[in-house]
Each structure stands twice: as C-alpha cells, then as structure tokens.
Design a protein around this ligand. Structure first.
Ligand code: RIB
Ligand code: CA
Length: 315
C-alpha cells in the first residue's frame, strides 16, 4: 500500500547506499513515484553502493531500474564512510542472494534522458554530487528540465566530517561547487535539519513489530546505525537521506528560506564548506553574490520520523 498515487512526486534518487540511503529508497518508493535510482561512489565504493541499491530494491520488490554512476570524485581523492556504514555499506545486515543487475553504467546519461522524458521530475541527490555534476556537463540546461532538485548535503552551521564540512559535499567538493553554481535553485537539506530527525530504539521496535521482510531489513539497518552512533556518544541516529526525500514528498513539514550558497574549495580548514550568506538581502551585493538556494532549517521532526517508519513498514 502506498500513499495517494495522484499526489506522489516523480523522483529519481541519486544515492550512495549507505544505511540511510537504503532507507531513503524505501521512503521514496512509498511516498513518491520512484522512477529510477542512480548510484555513486561515496559511503563505500561504486560496486558496493550499486549492489546495495539493487538489493534494497529486491528486498522491497520494487519495479525500478538502478544505473551505476561515478566510481570516483571529479578531482578529490576517493574517501569513504565505511566506519559509519560498514565495509560493504549496509553494516552487518544479512542480505539475500542478489538476483538483479544494473540497467546501465552511465548514471549521468540516465539522469539527462529521464529529465527530458519525464515531466515534473524531482532529482533527489543524497550522496556526493559527482553524477549530478557530470550530468550538468552533458546537459547544461538540466536544471530547467527538472521539476525540482533537492540534495541531502551541506549545512549552514557546521559539518560532520570536519567542523564545517558535511560528508556528501566534502567527498567531492568540485562536483558540489558545479551543482551549486550551475543548477540553481536547489533545496539544501543539510545537517541543520537532518540532525533534528533522529531515530532510536522506539523506531527499531516499531519496525520489528511490523515483522515484514522490508521492516526487518529497515530495523537491521537502523540498529547498525544506532550502534555506530552510540560509539560516538549519540543516543539516536540522524536518518539524513530519508529526510531529504520527505522534504520533497511532504514539503509543508519543513521551514526553509532563500540564501546565496557557495562551496569552498581552497580553504586549508574549510574545503567542502557550504558557505551560506544569511545576511538580510539588502546587505548582499546581488552582482557579486553566488546563486541563491532554498536552505532547509527546521522540520516537524516527529511527523517526518513517522513518515519514514511508515514507508519501511508498508513498502
Ligand atoms: O552527511 C550525511 C550524508 O553522508 C548521508 O548522505 C550519508 O548517507 C552519508 O553519505
Ligand atoms: Ca548518502
């Protein structure tokens, strides 16, 4: 059972599964019309992120193609987040034998082709922005063909990989700089809001009580994320990527405002920072300001969490 078909936005999800990316796939499939998945190197290598997207679609019995994307950042060295997501990207979750394969190995082409062929398509990017930057190089008019572009990434007030840089932007800052410069306006669902959408033991129990193959899978993903967070002294896990999906399917649950945002590339300690200008518009010289984007600051976290759990129980 999925939410009302008539209102569900058409989504293509670019992701690097990744524990929260896998939950985002389930969330997009339930609350949106998931027309495609593209994978990118990020949390773990491209072979793992692609396998993980395929196995998530298989577990949930989704009729959706997965297209493999970039195996490394545009310029930055290849880094990963295996210490958070595990060596293969889905923690220690028991997985079935994979019976699916990628539809292509050219995610950028799929993004460009789908933007041309599907009206009002929302591109939701929840990993490093390498594929989106490559798609922009292929089709500079990509943004005008999309109904919306939403990223999980960045943050106006702080980072997670460094004190100022969030992983998705930090992992490929040149790609992020291209996207923020050439695909305005985007909606930035950054750490400012995702650090308020925290799932814990209560949500694990809800998923386990549902006792379906998908809810058990999601419970295992969340439990692994929780265990890692507790090693860092956190009591609950921010489910960053699914929050970005809900920002598209249920925008009324979020507070946002428009600000110039640019990605820092050269600072010794600030590389990968999403420099967000929060000054009053009258104080900003329009002729020199970077493009403006929708910055998401806050959310009705309880409602967002319930929608994420609903998707993992009912998909
Ligand atoms: O900083 C959070 C982001 O980095 C999420 O997309 C998570 O999956 C990791 O990729
Ligand atoms: Ca991700």
């Amino acid at each position: 059972m999925t939410s009302d078909t008539a209102r569900r936005p058409r989504i293509v999800l670019d992701c690097d599964p990744g524990l929260d990316d896998a939950i985002a796939i389930l969330t997009a499939a339930h609350h949106g019309d998931l027309v495609g998945i593209t994978t990118v190197n990020g949390n773990v290598g491209i072979e793992h992120t692609t396998h993980n997207a395929l196995i998530t679609a298989q577990v949930a019995d989704l009729d959706v193609e997965v297209h493999r994307g970039a195996a490394r950042p545009l310029i930055a060295p290849t880094m990963d987040a295996a210490r958070i997501h595990g060596a293969t990207g889905l923690g220690d979750v028991a997985l079935p034998q994979l019976r699916r394969s990628a539809a292509s190995d050219d995610a950028a082409a799929f993004l460009c082709d789908t933007a041309r062929s599907v009206d009002d398509l929302h591109l939701v990017a929840v990993g490093p922005l390498t594929n989106v930057a490559l798609a922009l190089r292929r089709d500079p008019d990509l943004r005008s063909r999309l109904g919306g572009l939403t990223i999980m990434g960045g943050g106006a007030h702080g980072g997670n990989v460094t004190s100022v840089a969030e992983f998705n932007v930090w992992a490929d800052p040149e790609a992020a700089a291209i996207v923020f410069r050439e695909a305005a306006p985007l909606t930035m669902v950054g750490l400012d809001v995702t650090h308020k959408v925290l799932l814990g033991d209560r949500e694990v129990s809800q998923l386990r009580s549902a006792d379906t193959p998908v809810s058990r899978f999601a419970a295992d993903l969340l439990q692994y994320a929780l265990d890692r967070c507790r090693e860092f002294g956190l009591e609950a896990a921010p489910i960053h990527d699914a929050t970005a999906v809900i920002a598209v399917t249920h925008p009324h649950l979020f507070a946002r405002s428009s600000h110039p945002v640019a990605v820092e590339l050269h600072g010794e300690r600030t590389r990968g920072m999403t420099v967000t200008d929060v000054r009053p518009p009258a104080a900003i010289a329009a002729e020199t300001a970077p493009p403006s984007h929708e910055v998401v600051w806050d959310a009705n976290a309880r409602a967002v969490i319930d929608l994420i759990v609903e998707a993992s129980v009912n998909t």
